[in-house]
Write a protein that binds this ligand. Structure first.
Ligand code: PAF
Length: 286
């Protein structure tokens, strides 16, 4: 006999969250912007391993979108997200409104410092300030013991770790590996924007990272040129892949590594395919 999947409790306001949170023991938080996919399922699975109860937040955070970015068209489907959370055994979903999260102007914000000004931060000014501010608010509201973030957003993960350390936040940050679709495209809510042709072109991102990883014995220069060769070819494809950055960085500081670097590093790529901006990365040991 199959048992019905218990629906997670739903908190729409900080007050409801406070009431429901107090009934839970050790909590692992998975902060999301909804449009939950397999990548989120793996974050929830990692969260389950670390706590008595998993809380998922679903909030498309206006603070982290710049003018002209996809805030309005970002996919929103709370019923579908609740169904995923039920399947994954989530105890509580926190899905506040913008008015509840930002009842007035958000004057005080978290400054991500120099690590937030490079790469994603350079291409998306204000992005990491918006991310860290909402993550800080979610930590204060949910009071999690653990928080799970994906390696897919490697710079975000590093900055959250740094914020927790620098601001003495009582939260343990757990990283979950990047999930990939069967064609090797990194799982992302923004993949839904891609036409079949764009998706085919977008596969160059993971191919470039793989080429870089295969060249890791040759050191930073060899890694970058192997990855660059794949992206140069993809720039000629239809539709073309337009690279924003390709970089090999220190995993702790996100500064580019020197040509003689040995040890851990992350190879990162960001690119446009049509109107969709995609990011991907692979951790490497040189
Ligand atoms: O990675 C995301 O989905 C968002 O940046 C986060 C961490 C939920 C903050 O809005």
């Amino acid at each position: 006999m199959s048992h019905p999947i218990p629906a997670p409790a739903l908190a729409r306001t900080p007050e409801e969250l406070g009431r429901l949170r107090s009934r839970l023991g050790r909590v692992a938080l998975v902060p999301t912007m909804g449009a939950l996919h397999n990548g989120h399922r793996s974050l929830i699975a990692a969260a389950r391993e670390h706590a008595d109860a998993v809380v998922v937040s679903v909030f498309v955070n206006p603070l982290q979108f710049g003018p002209g970015e996809d805030y309005e068209r970002y996919p929103r489907d709370l019923d579908a997200d609740l169904a995923v959370c039920a399947e994954e055994g989530v105890a509580l979903v926190f899905a506040p409104s913008v008015e509840d999260m930002y009842p007035g102007e958000q004057i005080v914000r978290v400054d991500p410092g120099p690590m937030g000004a490079v790469l994603e931060g350079a291409s998306r000014p204000g992005f990491f300030g918006g991310v860290l501010t909402v993550v800080n608010k979610l930590f204060n509201l949910v009071r999690p013991d653990i928080a799970v973030f994906g390696q897919k957003d490697a710079q975000q993960l590093a900055l959250v770790r740094r914020m927790v350390r620098d601001l003495n936040m009582p939260v343990t940050v757990v990283a979950a590996p990047t999930m990939r679709d069967p064609d090797n495209l990194a799982s992302s809510s923004r993949n839904a924007y891609l036409s079949p042709e764009e998706r085919r072109s977008a596969l160059a991102l993971s191919r470039a990272l793989l080429a870089g990883a295969d060249a890791s014995v040759t050191g930073p220069v060899g890694i970058l040129s192997a990855a660059r060769a794949v992206l140069d070819e993809a720039a000629q494809a239809t539709p073309p892949v337009s690279v924003d950055y390709l970089a090999l960085v220190d995993a702790g500081t996100f500064t580019e590594v020197a040509a003689d670097h040995r040890g851990d590093a992350v190879l990162l790529v960001a690119a446009w395919v049509g109107r969709t901006r995609l990011i991907d990365n692979v951790p490497l040991t040189l």
